[in-house]
Each structure stands twice: as C-alpha cells, then as structure tokens.
Design a protein around this ligand. Structure first.
Ligand code: FAD
Length: 408
C-alpha cells in the first residue's frame, strides 16, 4: 500500500476543512476526501448565523421554537453551551489564524419577542444561558428604539447576545480548505469513501474517485485514524465502519434578497416564529430560520441525499412573512433566490462529538448548528486525534449514547 496517512477526513464541508487544517498544522499527514466538491453541501448552503442563544428544538420530528417545546427541552439544549462558548471565542480569532476573510462579524444577535408569553420565555432563557456562562441581556422597547430601530413596532423586547453574528458560508470552508492545503493536507474532491477495513494499526479505506472526464477508479489508502465530517451522510457512513450513528435529516429553506443599503447590523432571530435573518457584507439579506423543504426519498421512504430536494412554496411565503413582520422595511426589498439545504440533528438535539465506540480510531462530529460549532468540533476532534483528553466534557455528546446497553 503506497499511500499512508495519519488521518483521513471524510467530508469537505466547514468541519472537514477545519479538522484537516488543524490536524495538518499539528504535523499530521492528512487526506481530506469529499465525494463532491468542497463546500457543495450544508456548509455552503446555510444561513451563516453564528448563534449562541438557545433556539429551536425538535419534538417527534417536528421543529418547534423553544417557546413551544418547553422549558425542559431548553434545559437539555443548554448542555451544548460549553461548545457554543468555545466556538464564540474561536470565531473571533479564526480569520487571523486562517489568514483570509471568512466574512465574520460578531456584532450581536437579537432574539425578538412580540407578546408576553414570548417575553417570559426570553427571561427564562436568559437566566438559563447566564447560568452556563453566556452573557445575555433583555432589551425593552425603548432600548430597541436606539439599538435596532429597523425592528417592527410589534417587537416588545429582545434578548441580546453580543457574541452572535455571522460568517459567509460561501467563502468560509473554501478559505479554510486552502489553509489546510498550505499546512500540508491533501484535499481530494470527487473522492467518495465506499469501504473500510480494520487493520492492526487503523483502517484501510477505499475511495471511489471520478476524474474530470468522468472516468472512475478505486484506490485504497491506509490510515491510523478517520474523521467522519459527513453532515447528513453521517449515519450511512457510520455503517461503513460498523457503527450506529443515528441522525435525523432535515431539508430547510433559504431565501436571499437583492442588495440594499446596510441597515441590519445584527443577527435577528425570533422567540416564537421560525426566523433568522441577517444582512451579509455584500448587502443582501439572508432569510431562513428552519422552514421545511421536501427531502427526496425512495419508494420505501429512505432519504436520497444525493438527489435535488424541492422547495415548498408555503415555506418560502411563510418565511418571507415572518421576515417582513419583524423587519417591515424588507417588504420593499425584492427576493432574488430561494434554495434548499440539507442538514442533520441527533434524536435528542445535542450534537454527536467524539470517538466512535464500535470503531477504534474513528471520530465523528455532527448535529445541530454545526456551522457555528464547526471550530469547536474541529478543535476537540484534533485534540482527540493527537491522543489528548478534551478540555470540554464530551459525555453529553457521546456518539454511542443511543446504542443499547451504552452507559454514559
Ligand atoms: C438551510 C440551512 C441553514 C442553516 N443555517 C445554519 C446557521 O445559520 N448556522 C449554523 O450554525 N448552522 C446552520 N445550518 C447547519 C449547518 O449548515 C451544518 O450543520 C453544517 O454546515 C455542517 O457542516 P459539515 O461540514 O459537518 O457538513 P457538510 O457541509 O454537509 O459537509 C459534509 C460533506 O461530506 C461529504 N461526504 C458525505 N459522504 C461522503 C463520503 N462517503 N465520501 C466522501 N465525502 C462524503 C459531502 O459531499 C459533504 O460535502 C444550516 C443548515 C441548512 C441546511
């Protein structure tokens, strides 16, 4: 076997690029393989929110804003806060470390409320977040007049987290991928991991590679460790390694407007409606917040992640309505494009991060806001690859927690 690596990273989204970069910087021989192109999937399709306030939860496969899902759901979600705080600090220095713009602006995030129930939820939420170390304060209407005059008069209060903001999903992963290559990692697009066999010292992984002319060849490389950074493909990839990694796929709607003079400096989310919006550095406004799209499935209902998923007009309209309700000036701004992105959450909504118990030498991270959390996931994984003990307690995120007989 001619090719040997310390780490094969599977997936060229933000997480895979960050992990390859950090591991290569640590001196590891790294191969990153993506079955398509770097940043072609969730990492390049998402809203680019860097959000650290607790947001929505999913109950029986339906997403609810936390105000609907209840306080217990919020308490469980809050267990991801150590990762969020770590990620907030990492985003603040990431552009300097990578040496390129990633479109990062941490100019604050507002979660808005329009009625007394939602205000009550914000107060509960702020207290919970503060107990985990996130600095959040509730602004009343008069403070909002000064801080965020663009918000609707129907907004009566908002929680402000100064750490929140945005990064540009179109440029972040490719920039980090270039940094990985500069640090010595090999990055292969159109290279799909299709098989894996254990060896005494790690894994032989088989890659099916398609060149630009469409010719396909298969090669096997030897590696000490494997990182699964495969987003919505995590569950199917886990099976290649004999591991059960349950995840729940979601297809979500995004819309972008035409350019408009800058007037929204914050990330805006809603306590009781599916809404996230922000104005990008190119002056377009990105509107999302969890509105469903149609995930393509086969006749047996099995999701087909490599197919093109479909927009649902009702979601586009509902999302636009929520945006205009919160920021009335958007009524006059043309929407220019909507699209579908796919992502994944774990059944209990906390991320999966750590060693894969049934597959020694294999590590995984996925689930939830993995764009926001990407730097933290990658830092933790790189530490594990180097044989260190993580400085964040990973017990709540143990990938084996859904396996029968597993003890936390
Ligand atoms: C519409 C939408 C909006 C979102 N908004 C936000 C947001 O504002 N903030 C936030 O924090 N999160 C957001 N998310 C979630 C976020 O985008 C994802 O959690 C994150 O991008 C996942 O990154 P990743 O690198 O783990 O996976 P991905 O970016 O999906 O990359 C996985 C890669 O693995 C590759 N792959 C899979 N299988 C194989 C294989 N067998 N061999 C080789 N390669 C393989 C795929 O081709 C893919 O490129 C949003 C998601 C969507 C869909």
């Amino acid at each position: 076997m001619s090719e040997r690596y310390d780490v094969v990273v599977v997936g060229g989204g933000l997480l895979g690029c960050l992990t390859a970069w950090m591991a290569a910087r640590d001196g590891a021989r790294v191969l990153l393989a993506d079955k398509d192109q770097v940043n072609q999937h969730a990492s390049g399709q998402n809203a680019g929110s860097l959000h650290f306030q607790l947001e929505y939860r999913m109950v029986e496969a339906v997403e609810y804003r936390m105000v609907e899902a209840g306080e217990e759901a919020a308490r469980v979600a809050a267990e991801a806060m150590p990762l969020h705080l770590d990620a907030a600090a990492m985003w603040a220095r990431l552009e300097d470390e990578v040496g390129e713009s990633l479109g990062v602006r941490q100019t604050g995030g507002l979660m808005v409320a329009e009625n007394a129930d939602q205000v009550g939820m914000l107060e509960f939420k702020a207290e919970l977040e503060r107990s985990w170390g996130l600095d959040v304060r509730t602004l009343d209407r008069s403070e909002l007049d000064t801080v965020a005059p663009y918000l609707s008069r129907d907004v009566v209060a908002a929680n402000l987290s100064a750490l929140e903001g945005k990064a540009d999903a179109r440029i972040a992963a490719p920039a980090v991928g270039r940094a990985a290559v500069a640090a010595g990692a090999r990055v292969c697009a159109r290279s799909r991991l299709v098989g894996a066999h254990r060896t005494p010292a790690g894994w032989d992984v088989t890659l099916r590679e398609t060149d630009r002319t469409g010719e396909v060849r298969t090669r096997t490389v030897r590696t000490a460790a494997v990182v699964l950074a495969a987003g919505v493909w995590t569950t199917e990839l886990g099976r290649v390694f004999g591991a059960e990694l349950p995840t729940v796929p979601l297809a979500l709607t995004m819309t972008v407007t035409s350019k408009v003079p800058s007037f929204i400096p914050h990330l805006v989310q809603h306590a009781g409606a599916r809404l996230s919006l922000k104005q990008s550095l190119d002056k377009t406004v990105l509107i999302g917040g969890g509105w469903p799209a149609r995930l393509m499935r086969d006749a047996d209902g099995v999701p087909q992640f490599d197919r093109k998923h479909q927009l649902i007009p009702r979601s586009i309209a509902g999302n636009a309505r929520a945006a205009v309700n919160a920021v009335p000036a958007l009524e006059r701004v043309p929407a220019v494009r909507s699209w579908v992105g796919t992502t994944t959450v774990a059944p209990d909504q906390l991320p999966l991060v750590g060693a894969v118990r049934d597959a020694p030498g294999v590590f995984v991270a996925t689930g939830g806001s993995a764009f926001t959390l990407g730097p933290s996931f990658a830092r933790v994984l790189t530490g594990l690859l180097a044989g260190g003990s993580p400085d964040i307690d990973l017990t709540p995120y143990d990938p084996a927690r859904f396996t029968e007989g597993s003890t936390p």
